[in-house]
Design a protein around this ligand. Structure first.
Ligand code: ADP
Ligand code: SF4
Ligand code: MG
Length: 367
């Protein structure tokens, strides 16, 4: 079970439940990179299908390199899609032209890990916030221009107030603010155009624990008030219980498991989800370091998605058997979620789950 984050709400409020109206849908999403060093293209995302409903938060979790940002960037139009589909509110935006993409930024916004990197240090906060507002008014993108009430300066003041900052913050520069305040500013800038979806890519990973809790509480509050949906990308499982209604677990660019947050956090079925949870934060820093290093060693030992055949997790899975190395497990519907594991439910019993010990994921079965 994941630890809770001090000062943070335990649940993000009631989820849309009972089949939320889809806002974002990806279907068979595949992202390939062609780099000089690699002769053949490298597939970072393999046929990912996920849905984010209106006003819903879906966490996309996995270790570093599992393809989370590639999915987020494809949705944002920052990374080309090799194959598959991305739909937003029913519209196919997979290959939206630049003009449509610019317009879509009124509907789909992003908050990244490093707010300092995304705020221009020589522009005041007011200048940075007013920029997207004016751009969308110029292009007439979405209905954001008309949705905002008052002059641009009033809207900037209102957005800052919304994220808990004083209106006079608009006249100051990014360097005058702490990391947590800068992330609030980045959220205000995303919100000012009234988007319906925000891709949050590790938005709290650079923040202290207490500040993380504040930013998460703020995101949840904004969702309750504004109905915005979040695709929440994180490697940190301690966070997801506080933000997400549903969870998608990614490994080597493949979906391993999906389900409600409660289901995935309390009763993970996939051996990879179990290993990830076993490596999630614990109160003892030494134990924490040991678990993290252990997981990092395993990552180094096996390249995710590197096998041409079979289950991508097989090189690290304590339950791997011969068929696992030959057949790619299909993603199947199981108990209201999805699972890609050839040996489920055979390995479902707690007694068959040695990976509660994070080191266990290193040992092949029978070793
Ligand atoms: N622009 C790129 N060019 C080549 N390879 C990339 C690029 N971006 C990401 N990758 C590779 O794709 C894989 C997935 O990366 P990424 O989506 O950033 O994962 P995550 O966000 O889960 O850490 C990694 O192996 C990474 O090195
Ligand atoms: S049991 Fe087999 S199919 Fe299931 S995760 Fe392990 S290696 Fe993959
Ligand atoms: Mg990333």
């Amino acid at each position: 079970m994941t630890e809770t984050l001090p000062g943070c709400e335990t649940v993000p409020g009631p989820g849309p439940g009972g089949g939320p109206v889809p806002l974002l849908e990806t279907e068979g999403l595949t992202v390939r990179y062609r780099t000089g060093r690699r002769r053949s293209p490298f597939t970072a995302v393999h046929g990912v299908g996920l849905t984010v409903g209106r006003g819903e938060t879906v966490a996309l979790v996995g270790e570093s390199g599992s393809g989370k940002s590639s999915v987020g960037n494809a949705v944002l139009g920052l990374t080309p899609v090799d194959s598959g589909r991305i739909r937003f509110d029913g519209e196919d935006i997979t290959r939206a032209d630049p003009r449509r993409r610019r317009a879509l930024t009124a509907e789909i916004q992003a908050v990244f890990q490093d707010p300092y990197g995304s705020l221009n240090p020589v522009r005041t906060i007011g200048q940075s916030l007013v920029e997207p507002l004016l751009a969308h008014r110029r292009t007439g993108a979405g209905s954001s221009g008309s949705r905002g009430a008052g002059s641009p300066r009033e809207q900037v003041a209102a957005a800052l107030e919304r994220v808990g900052l004083p209106a006079d913050a608009a006249d100051r520069y990014p360097a005058h603010f702490s990391g947590g305040q800068r992330q609030r500013i980045a959220i205000a800038r995303a919100l000012i155009v009234r988007p319906r979806l925000i891709v949050c890519d590790e938005p709290t990973s650079a923040l202290d624990l207490s500040i993380q809790a504040q930013v998460i509480n703020l995101l949840n509050e904004l969702q309750r008030d504004l109905g915005v949906g979040y695709l929440f990308i994180t490697h940190d499982l301690a966070i997801i219980r506080h933000v997400a209604h549903r969870v998608v677990v990614l490994y080597g660019g493949h979906i391993m498991e999906t389900g409600s947050t409660e289901q995935v956090c309390d009763h993970p079925r996939h051996p990879y989800s179990r290993a990830l949870l076993a490596a999630a934060p614990v109160p003892d820093p030494e134990e924490q370091a040991r678990r993290r290093n252990s997981l990092a060693d395993r990552t180094a030992a096996a390249t995710p998605g590197g096998t041409a055949l079979g289950c991508p997790f097989a090189p690290r899975c304590p339950h791997a058997a011969e068929p696992c190395r030959q057949t790619l497990p299909p993603l199947e519907h199981v108990d209201g979620g999805q699972l890609a594991c050839l040996r489920y439910p055979e390995i479902a019993e707690p007694s068959a789950a040695p990976d509660a010990d994070p080191d266990a994921a290193r040992r092949p079965e029978g070793a």
